[in-house]
Design a protein around this ligand. Structure first.
Ligand code: B12
Ligand code: SF4
Length: 480
């Protein structure tokens, strides 16, 4: 059966385009099992789905979706059905809410796979081609005789070395942008690949979608990672590589060994970045020097808050502010650029705690500061707390986007308007009110080449506006 794996176009994340790595993994296992497979990422395609499907005679459409894109995924499935295809959904949102998409509202979806799907997708192909009963496909949610059927769950892939490298060669890689255009300017023809050296994370930050990532940290061996790195650098001519692990540096020795080997093999000619934060409490000065020697250009840290109590008791980040300070200091000393992620508006936050976050951002002064609004994704501890004691304003799944001010919530003693005010203020005070920053921005070529986007972002963050009002009807008080 000919398979097309697809990702809907994102209206949520338009500033840059990253490869959907999960589809790369699925394509690799399908290819290995002998199934003809291609990847259609609507964010970079110039042909409509219909044309690609007809030309490639694809029979099965497998669609991925995080929460804010689930509606786009349903629409894509409708198109697939119209073209006579079998439709399968998987990915982050489906791992959290699998039943929703096989319910009666979604006849366009034939199958949903919950969780990591390298094994399940092959089992599903076997079932569809009559080699095993559908009931035995792990992690599958489907309909039979008008009833939703839930099969036994799929486990996490225990040995990550046992799965093939993602089918990086199937991505139209020069249509993706570089990984962090905000700092480097937007290179629309970068050959920027991402790589995941481990999966899962033992920490339990309350805003994190833990059911997606899993608590068990599973690491690929350094040899296995190096094989993929070599392929990216030598054969696929990567111009940038991004580590997207949840926590690639959990085992410090392994992280150091990986850096040493990258440098020793001369693979350090291609710059790399840690797309998401690395954890500050699993680092020391030597690690950053080794990263630099291995070609790392920029390192990101989940700083989250400048208020120690919010950090410890609300976010449950398991790190101290001094650990954050050290990580920034060490990375700068090693010659790395720095990036900090900050969250505004966790439950129990107020003007004072958010002011401390702004102050901390100014003190750390990373090359790039990313201020995000706390967003209660389903499956997070934060979501459960707000469901219990407050009220979520978001009406639609597409409202669950970190950089939009829709997915706000109310809690007793929580001022949602203040949260948006401080969040926008953070951007202004960090980027606009400091001459050094303004100069950095306007002296960069992309400021001028990307002027329309620059102006629209500036309007969003830098022009003070009246935040939407919260009415008493929006606020649901906790049960006694
Ligand atoms: C790298 C990354 C990004 C990158 C690249 C995204 C991309 N193009 O893939 C960037 C920075 C752009 C990004 C943006 C966002 N991200 Co992000 N991101 C990640 C991260 C760290 C890694 C993703 C990854 O490569 N995983 C590795 C692969 C192997 O896993 P996977 O994609 O889940 O695929 C497996 C299964 O899900 C399944 N599967 C996946 N697709 C399909 C399809 C079918 C048909 C089937 C059967 C199975 C299946 O099989 C795959 C193999 O096992 C994850 C955390 C994580 N550990 O996954 C967060 C994560 C996915 N992101 C998250 C969020 C919230 C976002 C944003 C919504 C944030 C925002 N701005 O509002 C945006 C959404 C943008 C978008 N269009 O996708 C949340 C998702 C929460 C949710 N409820 O959906 C996560 C889980 C982080 C977290 N821990 O909370 N992200
Ligand atoms: S935010 Fe990062 S460190 Fe915290 S639980 Fe999620 S993946 Fe782990």
């Amino acid at each position: 059966m000919r398979v097309l794996l697809a990702s809907p176009e994102s209206g949520v994340w338009t500033s840059r385009k990253h490869i959907p790595l999960g589809l790369g993994y699925l394509a690799a296992v399908l290819r290995e099992a002998g199934h003809p497979v291609a990847i259609y990422d609507a964010a970079v395609e110039d042909e409509p789905l219909e044309e690609v499907v007809r030309r490639g005679k694809f029979e099965l459409l497998g669609i991925t979706a995080p929460t804010p894109l689930i509606k786009d995924a349903w629409n894509m499935a409708k198109e697939g059905k119209r073209l006579g295809m079998i439709t399968v959904l998987g990915g982050p949102h489906l791992t959290l809410m699998p039943e929703e998409s096989v319910g009666e509202d979604h006849p366009e979806v034939d199958y949903v796979v919950k969780g990591e799907a390298e094994e399940s997708i092959i089992e599903l192909m076997d079932a569809l081609e009559g080699r095993r009963p559908m009931e035995t496909v792990h992690g599958l949610y489907w309909r039979k005789d008008g009833q939703i059927k839930i099969n036994p769950p799929a486990g996490l892939v225990a040995n990550l070395d046992s799965i093939p490298y993602p089918a990086h060669d199937l991505f139209k890689i020069n249509r993706y942008t570089n990984l962090q255009p905000l700092t480097d300017g937007l290179d629309k023809n970068a050959r920027a690949f991402t790589i995941m050296t481990s999966r899962g994370c033992p920490y339990k930050c309350t805003y994190c979608s833990k059911p997606i990532t899993g608590d068990t940290w599973r690491a690929r061996t350094v040899d296995n990672v190096l094989g993929e790195w070599r392929w990216l650098v030598r054969d696929l001519k990567a111009t940038e590589i991004g580590l997207t692990d949840d926590i690639w540096n959990l085992k410090l020795d392994r992280a150091k060994e990986l850096c040493r080997r990258i440098a020793a093999e001369g693979l350090n000619t291609v710059p790399w970045v840690t797309v998401h934060g690395m954890k500050v409490n699993h680092a020391d000065a030597e690690l950053f020097h080794l990263m630099k020697a291995a070609g790392c250009k920029r390192v990101g840290f989940g700083v989250e808050s400048g208020d120690p109590l919010i950090l410890r008791n609300v976010i449950k980040k398991s790190q101290s502010m001094d650990m954050v300070r050290n990580a920034f200091k060490w990375s700068r000393e090693a010659g790395l650029q720095t990036m900090g992620f900050f969250i505004f508006g966790m439950p129990h936050e107020n003007e004072e705690t958010m002011e401390k976050t702004i102050q901390f951002a100014l003190e750390l002064d990373p090359d790039l500061a990313n201020f995000m609004l706390a967003t209660p994704y389903p499956g997070t501890e934060m979501y459960d707390v707000i469901q219990k004691y407050g009220n979520i304003f978001a009406n639609e799944w597409e409202d669950y986007a970190i950089h939009s001010d829709h997915a706000r919530f109310s809690m007793p003693d929580y001022d949602a308007d203040m949260v948006v005010k401080k969040w926008k203020e953070a951007y202004r005070r960090f980027y606009l009110y400091r001459p050094k920053r303004v100069w950095q921005k306007v002296s960069h070529k992309s400021f001028w080449t990307e002027l329309p986007a620059t102006v629209s972002n500036a309007k969003r963050f830098f022009v003070p506006e009246k935040a939407p009002q919260v009415t008493a009807a929006d606020i649901q008080h906790p049960a006694a």
